[in-house]
Write a protein that binds this ligand. Structure first.
Ligand code: FES
Length: 208
């Protein structure tokens, strides 16, 4: 939400409450993916950079695939026109979301060799790069967890420096995550993306 809307909600909750109820009600018969894709398109049409990043992040978190986002953009061509579609794709490229890379669009989800499993001790967390993707790897007494380094808010690539003990804080807007569980513990409400992982012959493998 913009700072202006934030302000109005606080200053005039009686009036703005109707507006937000209207927004909530008007998509209630749509499935979540369709609702999210339409929301993304509205932000492209209005060309609001921050809103587009936010709605795109939410659409991906709630199950839309990059191909579905691209389909929605292309289907809206008659009303958006090429310039707005290019504007949106430029932002997607700037966000550098690994799932949107051309080679990733057609892959079915492959196993990647991340590191020697023994490199992370119990209670430790480390950040590694693997095949173009940043990862945080955490080991608890039960095994290893692999999280994507991209913030679930607006896909900022969270650096190693953002780690303080077991808390990972995104430098962009301050969402904080507990690496024990991946849960967001401050500001936001969405956990880190966790990748499926396994150990094979001493190597940690992760699938995306
Ligand atoms: S991108 Fe906004 S908190 Fe990470």
């Amino acid at each position: 939400m913009s700072d202006a809307l934030d302000y109005l909600v606080k200053a005039r909750p009686d009036a703005l409450g109707h507006y937000f109820k209207f927004l909530k009600d008007c998509g209630k018969h749509l499935d979540p993916k369709t609702r999210n894709l339409i929301s993304v398109i509205t932000k492209v049409d209005a060309q609001t950079d921050r809103g587009f990043r936010q709605y795109l992040g939410r659409a991906l978190r709630e199950g839309c695939t990059p191909m579905e986002v691209l389909d929605a953009l292309l289907m809206a061509f008659p009303t958006l026109g090429l310039a707005k579609i290019v504007w949106a794709v430029d932002i997607i490229l700037e966000m550098d979301i690994p799932e949107f890379r051309v080679e990733a669009l057609t892959s079915e989800g492959e196993w990647h060799d991340v590191m020697a499993a023994s490199e992370v001790r119990v209670g430790e967390v480390t950040r590694v790069e693997c095949d173009g993707r940043g990862l945080f790897v955490y080991r608890d007494p039960h095994g290893l967890r692999v999280y994507d380094s991209r913030c679930p808010h607006q896909a900022t690539d969270i650096p190693h420096l953002a780690l303080d003990g077991s808390t990972l804080t995104c430098p962009k807007h301050g969402w904080a995550f507990d690496v024990h569980s991946g849960e967001c513990i401050k500001k936001g409400n969405t956990p880190l993306k966790r990748w499926e992982s396994k150990v094979v012959e001493g190597r940690l493998m992760a699938r995306w």
